[in-house]
Design a binder for this molecule. Sequence first.
Ligand SMILES: Nc1nc2c(c(=O)[nH]1)N[C@H]1C(S)=C(S)[C@@H](COP(=O)(O)OP(=O)(O)OC[C@H]3O[C@@H](n4cnc5c(=O)[nH]c(N)nc54)[C@H](O)[C@@H]3O)O[C@H]1N2
Ligand SMILES: Nc1nc2c(c(=O)[nH]1)N[C@H]1C(S)=C(S)[C@@H](COP(=O)(O)OP(=O)(O)OC[C@H]3O[C@@H](n4cnc5c(=O)[nH]c(N)nc54)[C@H](O)[C@@H]3O)O[C@H]1N2
Ligand code: SF4
Ligand SMILES: [Mo]
Length: 751
Amino acid sequence: MIKRLMDAARQLHKSTGTVPPPSALEDMMLDLTRRALHLARGKAERWVSTTCGYCSTGCGLLLGLEGDTPVAIRGDEACATNRGQLCIKGAYQWRTLRHPERATTPMVRKNGQLVPVSWEEALQVVADKIREAIAEQGPEGVGIYGSGQLTLEENYALTKLARGVLKTPNFDSNTRLCMSGTVQGLIKVFGADGPPGCYEDLDLADCLLIFGCNPAEMHPQLWRRMLKNRLERGARLIVVDPRRTIPARVADLHLQLRPGTNIYLLNAILHVLFRDNLINREEVARLAVGLERVEEIVKKYSPAEVAPLCGVAAVDIEQVARWIAEAKAATTVFVQGVTQSAAGVEAVSTICTLHLLTGHIGRPGAAPFSLTGQAAAMSAREVGASGFLPGYRNWQNPRHRQEVAVYWGIKPEELPAGTNDIGTMLDMVAEGKLKVMWNIATNPVVSLPEQARVRPLLEKVFLIVQDIFYPVETAQYADVFLPAAQWGEKTGTYTNSERRVNLAERAVNPPGMAKTDLEIIQLVAKRLGAEEAFAWPDPEAVFEEWKGLSRGRPCDMSGITYGLIRQERGVQWPYPAGGVSQQRLYTDGHFWTDPEQSQSYGDFNQAAGKAWLFATDIPGEILRPTEEYPFYLNTGRIMEHYHSRTKTKRIPEIQQLAPEPFLEINPLNAQSLGIKEGEKVRIVSPWGTAVARARLCDTVAPGQVFLPFHFGDADYQQPTAGNNLIGNVVNPLSRQPLFKLGICRLEKCPD
Ligand SMILES: Nc1nc2c(c(=O)[nH]1)N[C@H]1C(S)=C(S)[C@@H](COP(=O)(O)OP(=O)(O)OC[C@H]3O[C@@H](n4cnc5c(=O)[nH]c(N)nc54)[C@H](O)[C@@H]3O)O[C@H]1N2
Ligand SMILES: Nc1nc2c(c(=O)[nH]1)N[C@H]1C(S)=C(S)[C@@H](COP(=O)(O)OP(=O)(O)OC[C@H]3O[C@@H](n4cnc5c(=O)[nH]c(N)nc54)[C@H](O)[C@@H]3O)O[C@H]1N2
Ligand code: SF4
Ligand SMILES: [Mo]
């Protein structure tokens, strides 16, 4: 496979004269070789068919066992998503199961120390503290911060506990940091959340736009499919990213825009479509409303005017618009370079509008396709664990509230009026209103912005931490620690980026006294007097309950069973009972904008069943470099590590590939600052400092630096966390932090 792709790349290089230069080929080779590790052979007595627990791609894999001991992993050839291939994280995942630093016992802080206690004691402290906080402050006194790392079933149980039992508005999950911009952006245009595309679109598009994401490292199996399409079927590839990532290096066109300028660029693309009559107005009118409004807004954004703002050539903007308009089927994939940048919500909506205007939606190969992040980020969205009511329901719609309340046997007025995001929850801790915080399957001491603000607040609140490892950064602040079972030790579903509900199966027992997150939630509910409503015998029973609540909603799973998921190797929603599974959304031109149906009320309700075309004049606030902080600071990810690295740093084969934090610096800047390859630099921002080793490369443009956010402070002598440097600035609508838009200065730092 690698050889075939390399040959095709050379051929293309020869015939079209477009780069990839040798360095790009090397990068590709390296990347492909790392991925090839998947072919992790290994022998085992028996193989359990399951789904990877890291990213939202949802690769199928086989976990190999000798007795009850995990010994190997193989990619599952029968799974259409990855056809037997895995990335390095997935391939080594089995080694995290019996790691010696797995958390095995509950702990409670006594005289300043976390000391081992029985489950009985730990759960009693949790329940007492929650009751006390509610007695003192009302339901607002308690907050729960969950995760797209949990299964759908665990996310549903947690939602029911937070909204239906504790009745608190203070319930959020780490998908706030990740998916909330996409959710709001999709709702604005389509009336409801839900990625319209599917993986086959990546194979079938003849124009692929990779906008603000780096799938070669973050969604490698999907990148493999895009690259194959590019090299074997000649699909056009356009990349929009301030960095020269691997996809950018092999693209037909790389728009290396200035950070934070997505809206300008998108408006200019729309401008060209209108100016050159590249829009089929009749067809658009059949699907959507608001054509004139959008035309009026984008009139002001000619490529000539926008080009210098974005730092790209006007002819390139013209070219992108024409290629998209000409394409038989165009697909745009986008992730955090859109939503964690300026006007993230608005940029998502504008990308969807671009697709509606050019007819690239609801057909094979044609979609505005938001890729997701964590294995169950989609599930958290579906069941209401990331800011909405379950089933993509509207907080304000009395009928929606009624449906949820009746299902849970409570009165609609008992449901909280709305929801608070994690940032607001921390503000409430500061004000003394939020007393107890339960943190499950997320590591905010690495992942939340402005650590100088976050850490004292975690110190202040009574903090319950539920994790699979100990030590883990956030547990330093815990008053109670609960040890959880992880992937491989519990059964449950994860919905992947293409809306496919996959099963992860329990293959081994959790270590020591660890319990599954679902069991822990059930035990806490019992102690809070809600035993009956949480008396599911197993995760399947939770799924069965949840799917009834999804009936008739966009994410309808009422036709899906565990049996069907096992048989089909994953099933896509919507799949209503008695109906069929739908590969793509919006194939029939019907959208969720009817106010009775939509996920929130907004302007788009005037569209009543049609899509609401969107454009904005407001490009979003961004920090610009200053004399004191002359660099743009961009943060994100690398292939080898997963977020705060709790799993990946514990695999030596992975850790040695990326053992330390590094900072990408353009050689021109490094030279003028006298910084050499591999030297330590201190990165100073208005919010804090971090130290990393300089990596001189042309991946970043002069004046910009890039820091992976994976490396928390706990493992190194000096502060290293990227989030020491990023301020707590959020998109007003999604409340998602703008992690991509920092500023900094660089100082030489003695080793
Ligand atoms: N290996 C690995 N894979 C992962 C993860 C991981 O931790 N490790 N995490 C998973 C999760 S939860 C997520 S959310 C996804 C994230 O997946 P991605 O979004 O692909 O990853 P990031 O590195 O956060 O950001 C992608 C790109 O956005 C670009 N960018 C920054 N600012 C701008 C801008 O203003 N405009 C544009 N157009 N681009 C910009 C950055 O230069 C960067 O190359 O990855 C998932 N997959
Ligand atoms: N600067 C900057 N910051 C960012 C981003 C960025 O690009 N730049 N990206 C943001 C994004 S998109 C995301 S998704 C977040 C991710 O941020 P986090 O959610 O903080 O990242 P993880 O390291 O995945 O944390 C998961 C935690 O849960 C534990 N865990 C794993 N599985 C289980 C389980 O089954 N049960 C329990 N109880 N625990 C488990 C792990 O050990 C780990 O401690 O980071 C965000 N922060
Ligand atoms: S691409 Fe994602 S789902 Fe597939 S093996 Fe890698 S981490 Fe797992
Ligand atoms: Mo994410």
